[in-house]
Unconditional design. Structure first.
Length: 305
């Protein structure tokens, strides 16, 4: 089977490419320079030339809380256009199978407990990443509507929890929570600092999966595509407080200093844990554990230095 992975140079895309299961397929992984998802013609030309059987849409304009707050229009526009252009081109080219990657930020901000797929569009979105979330919801809904209206198309959306790992972004402006923690503690160790700042009180809870585990899930679900519902959460089923992420990273990195809380900084949603009842029913499981995942990520970070 021929699979086109969009966003192959991003964190998820590169983890997909180095996943052992990828060797079972003929993979197309063009860069954004080779196929521009903002250009319908560029997508159409690629599909006409290579005729993939299956598409994994992992491309996206992504970043951390600071970047999302400052550039909402950019996150909305780019992610919306990429998704809409791709789906329309797949429809025209009669490519009938798509795994579209969404985001848990598609869910309302004040959900209590684990969030099932049915919670989408039932409440207010988190303002700090609203533009990105709206784009992801719109693309997922377009995929759903086309699949219902023309049943030969099976366009499905995976909704992962937060991800971290190899090939993540490690710069202050665009990094998510986990790489930001690793960089802050690394710099504190290098500079012999005894304190590291935590935004907010650290009590907000987050569910972060190691990206290599997510890549294994994706290929498991490609192989069992008929079992995948239109929307499927992919997560761990448990979460940690932000304080616990800092504490575990400090343990792994050997940092013996203290943390202090900056209560003037934004923290986003109080909790974001996805319900994995449907995923468990399919019967696949991958979980490296937080300490192991952080250790693997640190090894990658050291390669970059």
């Amino acid at each position: 089977m021929k699979i086109w992975i969009t966003g192959s140079s991003g964190m998820v895309g590169q983890n997909l490419l180095e996943c052992k299961q990828a060797q079972s397929y003929q993979i197309f992984a063009p860069t954004s320079r080779e196929v521009d998802l903002l250009s319908p013609v560029s997508i159409q030309n690629f599909l006409a030339q290579h005729r993939p059987d299956f598409v994994i849409h992992a491309a996206g304009h992504v970043g951390g809380i600071q970047s999302n707050m400052l550039h909402k229009s950019l996150y909305l526009e780019k992610n919306l256009l990429m998704g809409f252009n791709l789906i329309h081109a797949l429809k025209d080219a009669k490519v009938t199978r798509l795994l579209n990657l969404g985001s848990s930020c598609m869910y309302p901000r004040n959900c209590e407990g684990a969030i099932p797929e049915s919670k989408m569009l039932t409440g207010e979105l988190e303002p700090t990443n609203e533009g990105y979330a709206i784009a992801k919801i719109a693309v997922a809904k377009l995929a759903e509507y086309i699949s219902k209206e023309q049943t030969e198309f099976r366009f499905k959306t995976l909704i992962p929890c937060n991800l971290y790992g190899r090939f993540d972004k490690f710069d202050a402006a665009r990094s998510h929570l986990v790489p930001s923690i690793l960089v802050k503690i690394r710099d504190a160790i290098k500079q012999n600092q005894k304190e590291v700042e935590i935004w907010g009180d650290g009590e907000a809870r987050r569910e972060f999966m190691y990206a290599g585990d997510f890549a294994n899930y994706v290929f498991d679900l490609v192989a069992r595509f008929d079992d995948v519902p239109p929307y499927l959460n992919v997560g761990l089923g448990y979460d940690y407080s932000i304080n616990e992420y800092y504490q575990t990273a400090a343990k792994v990195m050997g940092f013996s200093g203290r943390f202090f809380h900056n209560l003037d900084k934004p923290v986003g949603m109080k909790r974001k844990l996805v319900d994995i009842t449907q995923l468990n029913a399919i019967g696949v499981k991958h979980d490296s554990g937080l300490e192991s995942g952080l250790t693997n990520t640190l090894q990658f970070l050291k390669v970059l230095e």
